[in-house]
Design a binder for this molecule. Structure first.
Ligand SMILES: [Zn+2]
Length: 234
């Protein structure tokens, strides 16, 4: 089945934290969407690979994505390689999403930044017939958007996620290993931001929501201007 949206994320939980409201809105509208996680998160400070696999299954039970795949790239060592971008380009050709959404290329976490760049390059390459396998049809999604990282960036637009906010919190709570302190040194707070995942997620959602006059929002960036069919009202 062709997808409306394909999310490309570095670690299990990134898609949910960054774009979970958008995904739940797509779910509620019955629109086909997919997620590809580049790694299994096996190098995370908290939780084992098995914990994280169980958490993905719990999140999928809420999200009900049309497809969720894992490229199995090495966690903590995601790099922009010809192999990575061509594997992702083949996946894009297979599922034919209208829109790809990935990390911002300017993110503090190197895996996130590399994921954003791999997604941009794969998005472009997916449209090149000579790179397609025999029998595959090249097809480039209409747009690629980025969810915003920790570097302050003005979003191109903000999606109102107020109607699904409670579900988004439930969804992210599926990743319990990432939310709980894991030892005396770990206070459950991010070393840079002094707040836990759920607090930071709510702060960001309220900030972006306020920008468009709603309670909770998720911002997306499009590189360059978007076409406008109505010169007055967009
Ligand atoms: Zn991540």
């Amino acid at each position: 089945m062709k997808l409306d949206v394909l999310i490309v994320a570095a670690h299990p939980d990134d898609a949910e934290i960054s774009a979970g409201g958008i995904l739940l809105t797509l779910r509620d509208a019955g629109r086909p969407y997919g997620i590809v996680d580049l790694t299994r998160g096996e190098m995370g400070t908290r939780g084992t690979a098995d914990d994280r696999a169980r958490e993905v299954a719990a999140a999928n039970a809420i999200l009900r994505p049309t497809v969720r795949e894992n490229l199995g790239l090495p966690d903590g060592r995601v790099a922009v390689t010809v192999e990575a971008r061509e594997r992702l380009a083949a996946l894009i050709r297979r599922h034919q999403p209208e829109v790809v959404i990935a990390h911002h290329v300017d993110d503090l976490h190197p895996d996130h930044a590399a994921c954003g760049q791999i997604a941009r390059e794969a998005w472009y390459l997916s449209g090149l017939q000579r790179l397609a396998a025999p029998g595959e049809t090249a097809r480039r999604p209409k747009r690629i958007y980025h969810f915003l990282g920790h570097v302050p960036t003005e979003p191109t637009f903000v999606v109102d996620i107020g109607r699904v906010w409670e579900d988004k919190v439930k969804l992210v709570r599926c990743y319990a290993s990432q939310l709980q302190p894991d030892g005396a040194q770990d206070k459950g707070q991010h070393f840079l931001f002094g707040a836990d995942v759920l607090q930071r997620m709510e702060t960001r959602a309220r900030f972006f929501g306020e920008r468009i006059g709603v309670r909770y929002g998720e911002g997306l960036l499009h590189k360059g201007p978007l076409p406008c069919m109505d010169p007055i009202l967009g």
